[in-house]
Design a protein around this ligand. Structure first.
Ligand code: APR
Length: 321
């Protein structure tokens, strides 16, 4: 079997961790692209020089030219700027939309058959723009948000219940913002409902609800919590790990059931927008969107999140993208 190749567009914090994880897992050869001269070359050289001690053998190449991503099976995009003090949401949207448009044009020209996972924020708008500019089939263009948001939710549940995080299954749907929808009713520990476990722990339904509401709130604000602590940037280890789970599912045809920012064409009663939903990821990218029933409260929260995504995409349209 020919070796796989992954191109990483953006060689900053997340891009660097992505390159290291791909190498350590020997998932694929890596091309790390960044506009800053010498920077991606420095990062890939550094990672390659750990190959003997870590015992991996993949090709790692840094570049400032799009032509070097030719032949990539998968592209992961982290190019973009984080919000700086004094910058409005529109300013960030404008700046990153310009970058994403360039990226989509570069990928379209040099890696037209690749699957694409977008991580850059504002996520739902950036995925929408990439798909529009590239014209790639929607099963091939997706965003990473739900895997991370769900992992954060699961981590908080595990800490609260004092159980292994490996046994916690919890999912977050909707847009990648304050309106995201952690699904409380479906959260479970090896099949056992988390709410029931909380009620037994506290022997008090109201207290259990209060504890769950606090975990839901922390999940929604989890990105900001890390930013506040780091002070110099946003989360990068966990977003990188989350995108790798998606990349592995596609390249190894794992048929994993993961929440993905996917284009909806009628599913969940949404038409033409990218929103986080449960999907099956395999060799054809997004192979299936799994529709699940939502109760009234969940549906209202989901609709609210979809509306936030719509207004973000409309804002982007107003800015000329
Ligand atoms: N083309 C390619 N790369 C670019 C471009 C461009 N036009 N413009 C900027 N970059 C590069 C920067 O040079 C930088 O190395 O994108 C990289 C971004 O890296 P960081 O600033 O370290 O950001 P990171 O923490 O990796 O996050 C990247 O993911 O989670 C989101 O909100 C986050 O949008 C941000 C993105």
């Amino acid at each position: 079997m020919a070796r796989k190749r992954i191109a990483l567009i953006g060689g900053g914090q997340i891009g660097g961790v992505l390159a290291q994880l791909i190498a350590q897992k020997e998932l694929a050869d890596v091309v790390l692209f960044d506009i800053v001269e010498d920077f991606p070359q420095g990062k890939t050289l550094d990672i390659a020089e750990a190959s003997r001690v870590d015992g991996f053998d993949v090709e790692l190449r840094g570049t400032n030219e799009y032509k070097d991503i030719a032949g990539s099976d998968l592209v992961i995009v982290t190019a973009g700027l984080p919000r700086k003090p004094g910058m409005s949401r529109d300013d960030l949207l404008m700046t990153n939309a310009k970058i994403m448009k360039q990226v989509a044009e570069g990928v379209k020209e040099f890696a037209p058959n690749a699957f694409v996972i977008i991580i850059s924020n504002p996520l739902d708008a950036m995925v929408t723009l990439f798909q529009k500019v590239s014209g790639f089939d929607s099963n091939k263009v997706m965003g990473q948000a739900g895997v991370l948001d769900s992992s954060r939710f699961s981590t908080f549940i595990a800490w609260e219940l004092g159980v292994s995080v490996k046994d916690v299954n919890a999912m977050v749907l909707g847009g990648h913002g304050d309106t995201m929808v952690p699904l409380i009713r479906y959260a479970n520990v090896n099949g056992m409902p988390v709410m029931e476990m909380l009620e037994r722990k506290y022997n008090d339904a109201a207290k259990a609800k209060e504890v769950m509401d606090a975990m839901v709130q922390r999940t929604k604000m989890a990105g900001g919590e890390v930013v506040k602590l780091l002070k110099t940037g946003s989360a990068f280890y966990s977003p990188a790990s989350s995108a790798i789970a998606m990349a592995e599912a596609i390249l190894k045809d794992e048929k994993r059931v993961l929440p993905t920012c996917a284009q909806l064409n009628g599913e969940f009663n949404v038409d033409g927008y990218y929103v986080g939903v449960p999907t099956v990821l395999g060799e054809n990218g997004i192979e299936k969107i799994i529709e699940i029933s939502l109760n009234e409260e969940e549906q209202a929260a989901f609709d609210n999140s979809v509306n936030a995504v719509k207004s973000l995409v409309e804002d982007m349209g107003r800015l000329g993208f």
